[in-house]
Design a protein around this ligand. Structure first.
Ligand code: DGY
Length: 327
């Protein structure tokens, strides 16, 4: 915690006092400092103590803002701005009950996440893990017509489970590569960029029609574990799985066993259960293309994510409700 004198000096500036729980890219740090008096995490003590008398806290998905933590937050705090589109780490009802607004970063990271989904799709189709390993190992003995034969995305059916704005961006790019896109949600998609694609209301029929299943759903009570041995069995043998949503949408044992038996041809995974300590069996499988949760990790997205949160905090200061406020 800063000393009392420091806080007094900060509040004299008349600018918003922002606590930031993470180290942002340098250009984003400058942006935050242009628009706020920022105090970055010292790495010591519970978040409630670190926030001190800040009016707003910028946090990330690895911060715990469950109800017991929110109860302890200081009275000065008016907003929690999460540097993510997902907000399963925040008990929004508890925050709302305390009059604390919760802001997220919708839309601005969708292109980055969708491009990463394409990276995963292409990585699975063209056997990226095995190709990279072969070249780097020095064991590559030269071109042959049979080495590392993959498949083309053109003409294949991509099914998006959890079609929203990110799914819509993925669908547009996959269509440009010649894929047919359909999706499964509880209800037909409402996002304008998602409505054009075929809605499949029956989960089992949806799964049975796919060459590639892409998970883009948030982690909720309904979606946790939705990809398990029962749902995987509905996929055609040789289908592939991509996960850009959250690790806990899948049951690891079931996915790993389907990959081992080649019922799943391959998996492209950007998110995992228990990150960063993912199940090590994934890393033994050559048909797994694994990335370390880098979906939104572009400088464009990181900059826009800070801007949308700062704009939202400005709106709250003006007494307005920003479009990226939830709860
Ligand atoms: C998000 O924005 O939710 C990303 O997954 C980063 O946490």
């Amino acid at each position: 915690m800063p000393k009392h004198d420091d806080l007094t000096k900060q509040s004299r500036t008349g600018r918003r006092q922002l606590y930031c729980s993470f180290q942002p890219p340098e250009s984003v740090r400058q942006l935050l400092e242009q628009r706020c008096e920022v105090r970055f995490a010292s790495g010591k003590g519970p978040i409630a103590h670190q926030i001190g008398d800040a009016e707003a806290a910028m946090v990330v998905v690895t911060d715990d803002l469950s109800a017991p933590v929110i109860i302890d937050l200081p009275a000065s705090l008016r907003a929690i701005a999460t540097y993510s589109v997902g907000y399963e780490h925040i008990d929004v009802a508890a925050a709302t009950a305390r009059g604390i607004a919760v802001l997220t970063t919708p839309d601005v990271l969708s292109p980055a996440v969708a491009e990463n989904a394409l990276f995963l799709l292409l990585g699975v189709a063209r056997r990226a893990t095995e190709s990279i390993e072969l070249v780097r190992s020095g064991r590559w003995s030269g071109w042959t017509p049979t080495q590392l034969i993959g498949f083309e995305l053109r003409g294949k059916t991509l099914g998006i489970l959890g079609m929203g704005r990110i799914g819509g961006e993925v669908a547009r790019r996959a269509s440009a590569l010649g894929m047919t896109v359909c999706y499964h949600n509880r209800h037909p998609a409402t996002a304008p960029n998602a409505r054009a694609y075929r809605f499949e209301p029956d989960l089992y029929e949806f799964l049975g029609s796919l060459d590639v299943l892409l998970l883009a759903a948030p982690s909720t009570d309904e979606t946790r574990g939705i990809i398990n041995s029962d749902t995987l069995a509905q996929l055609k043998p040789g289908a592939s799985l991509i996960n850009i949503g959250r690790g806990d949408l899948v049951v690891d044992d079931a996915v790993i066993s389907a990959l081992q038996s080649r019922h799943l041809r391959g998996a492209g995974l950007d998110v995992f259960n228990n990150e960063p300590a993912l199940d090590p069996r994934y890393l033994e499988l050559p048909n797994v293309f694994a990335l370390p949760h880098i979906g939104s990790s572009t400088i464009e997205a990181r900059t826009s994510m800070a801007e949308i949160l700062l704009d939202g905090l400005d709106a709250i200061d003006r007494g307005e409700r920003p479009a990226n406020q939830i709860g």
